[in-house]
Design a protein around this ligand. Sequence first.
Ligand code: SF4
Ligand code: SF4
Length: 385
Amino acid sequence: MDYYCSAKFTELQINVQGRLLYNCCKAYPERISVEWMEANPGRLFHTDTMLEDRALMLDNKPCASCHHGCYKYELQGLQSKRLLTKNKQQISNPDAPLKTLQIILSTDCNLACIYCSPQLSSTWVNEIEKHGSYTLNGQSIENDSWTTMWSRMKQKSRSTESKFFDLILNEIHLAKELNHIAFLGGEPLLNNQLIQSMDHVSDKTISITTGLGVSDTRLKSILEKVKGKKIKFNISAESTGKYFEFIRYGLRWSDLQNRIEMISKAGHEVKLLSVLSNLSLLDIHNFYKIYNERYPIEIQYLAGRNFLLPHVMDDKSKKACRENLAPLEDLAIPLLNSIKEDPTDHDRNNLASYLTQLASRRKLPIDFLPKHFLDWAGIDTTKIS
Ligand code: SF4
Ligand code: SF4
């Protein structure tokens, strides 16, 4: 195996709330302190761990953080960010300059997408506080003490106003070859410091990854404030109608469509990020019909919820996917590759348990899913209240 990955030499993600550094977004994080940053200005992309990891890579040896992010999936024959993005350039300097920075301002989010978690969305935290953890065979989805504490703090008193955030802005100014900054969430459009942060990085290209779980009024106000800036909006969506509203819980399908139009009409670039799962695969062909000609659609692969992986579906659903996706020709190849594997009973049972718990606590109808899919999974819709 060739362990090299250029992202290790160019990309950094900062989780402001957790004070975590990821080199890159998929890698295992390290925690960073204000004291270290004060003592090491301009070295945020060159911590001892990062330098050691890069040296290992150049020696063609695996490092633990990339095992967590990519290698372990590749060893199972699955896709990884490393394989998907391909390594275009070979960089041999562990001290290479930062090119791309991703900033997670906070985990405030009005949505609770089915693939998401309390660690990324405050709505997930609130739901688990109200209804308890999800219990599945071999795993659970629960609030940790950090996410609970964070969700109780007012946005105003949080770290974007803190010394830590000022130090990050300083690092951005010192990173002379940094050319792209991406704001991620939670929902970055809910964060009051987004506009302020963007003013500090006006000489870089900017992207915002959003689920569009904000009101029309707030979105309109943000678009007014960023008038004249060219921002790339990466919008998360992959299905339509009831599928969309189940998968991206908290947002109506019609609101998503209107908000995409608002952003597009304001002159910003739009890209759609579509997460492949068994549920989204059942409807993604309808999403492509509406948006494929208008905007680029990037496929993303989920991790950590094996029971939601695309192949965890019955044979009849797989056949329907093949037929529905056939008109997409080459575009369908990665989608169809994702359903090749046979599902295990373990994943099928966890799928049934997860969807039953989720639909019950959210009081969502689930009978829009094909009957053969529900029967195969063993989901009894009469038990969902
Ligand atoms: S191998 Fe994976 S986790 Fe490591 S830097 Fe590359 S893309 Fe990120
Ligand atoms: S919009 Fe993003 S952060 Fe919010 S729940 Fe969905 S995936 Fe999670």
